[in-house]
Design a protein around this ligand. Structure first.
Ligand SMILES: Nc1ncnc2c1ncn2[C@@H]1O[C@H](COP(=O)(O)OP(=O)(O)OP(=O)(O)O)[C@@H](O)[C@H]1O
Ligand SMILES: [Mg+2]
Length: 238
């Protein structure tokens, strides 16, 4: 039987930097399915929360617990950064890397990679160094590299901020397909339209605290808190 790594439980977690609490204290459970959109003003703690869940940031206090061991959980999740990170290797080598480190034979990895190269429209770049790709193309590669392992959970930190409309649409479509395929999504975004289209639930962060946790549709129509309402109206929150 395949055991899911979810739900993920955050128990009384807080992150402190330079003597200041930048996240928490917070307790929250990431459920087994859907798309969680993390919203909130600049500096609210969105990136810190995603990094904490993915294991890139250790909590100063509290615990982050998956249903499986940390190693098993790590193998089944991917993270996409706002500024795509690519290795100084060919596009194909970038793409097969996560499969190879998980023990998939090279021929099978290349076969799978060719499907993803087509899915993100990068077939013609297969043997080019990933470093020559444009920002949008690099992000498409990052999405393909994240999804090629069929992750249980995919974290995305403002993945389309620097992209044009067409690239944003293409990446959103890939995220939608991943959701339909059962991948759990947690994404920080400042793009209201995108948040509305994708959210099954919204975590609204303010000054490092989970200020509101609401069903995706309701959040945009009837947020629970005056602060979330102000945020949605474009007001500056201090
Ligand atoms: N290493 C650090 N040392 C000190 N403060 C930090 C450190 N890393 C983050 N912070 C602070 O923690 C707060 C939360 O940062 P974080 O990057 O999580 O916010 P965010 O919600 O992702 O913001 P943005 O919308 O700008 O991406 C910010 O005030 C930031 O300055
Ligand atoms: Mg951020």
């Amino acid at each position: 039987m395949v055991v899911s790594i979810l739900p993920l439980n955050l128990a009384n977690v807080a992150v402190e930097k330079s003597g200041k609490v930048i996240l928490g204290p917070a307790s929250w459970t990431l459920s087994s399915s859907g798309c969680t959109i993390v919203m909130g003003p600049n500096g609210a703690g969105k990136t810190t929360l995603l990094r904490l869940m993915h294991g890139l940031q250790k909590p100063t206090v509290g615990t982050v617990t998956w249903q499986t061991s940390f190693k098993t959980a790590s193998d089944k999740q991917s993270f996409i950064f706002q500024t795509p990170v690519v290795m100084r290797r060919s596009v194909l080598e970038n793409l097969i890397f996560p499969l190879r480190v998980r023990g998939i034979p090279k021929s099978a990895a290349i076969e799978e990679a060719s499907i993803w190269l087509k899915a993100v429209g990068l077939e013609s770049f297969e043997h080019k160094p990933a470093s020559v790709l444009s920002g949008g193309e690099k992000q498409k590669l990052a999405v393909a590299r994240a999804l090629i392992i069929k992750p249980d959970v995919l974290f995305l930190d403002e993945p389309t901020t620097n992209l044009d409309g067409a690239s944003t649409q293409a990446i959103e479509n890939l995220i939608q397909t991943a959701i339909s395929g059962g991948t759990r999504i947690v994404m920080a975004t400042h793009d209201m339209g995108q948040a509305r289209r994708l959210a099954s639930e919204v975590v609204f962060l303010l000054r490092g605290e989970i200020h509101e946790f609401t069903d995706g549709e309701l959040f945009f129509i009837e947020p629970k808190t005056p602060e979330a309402k102000s945020f949605l109206q474009g007001d500056i929150l201090l």
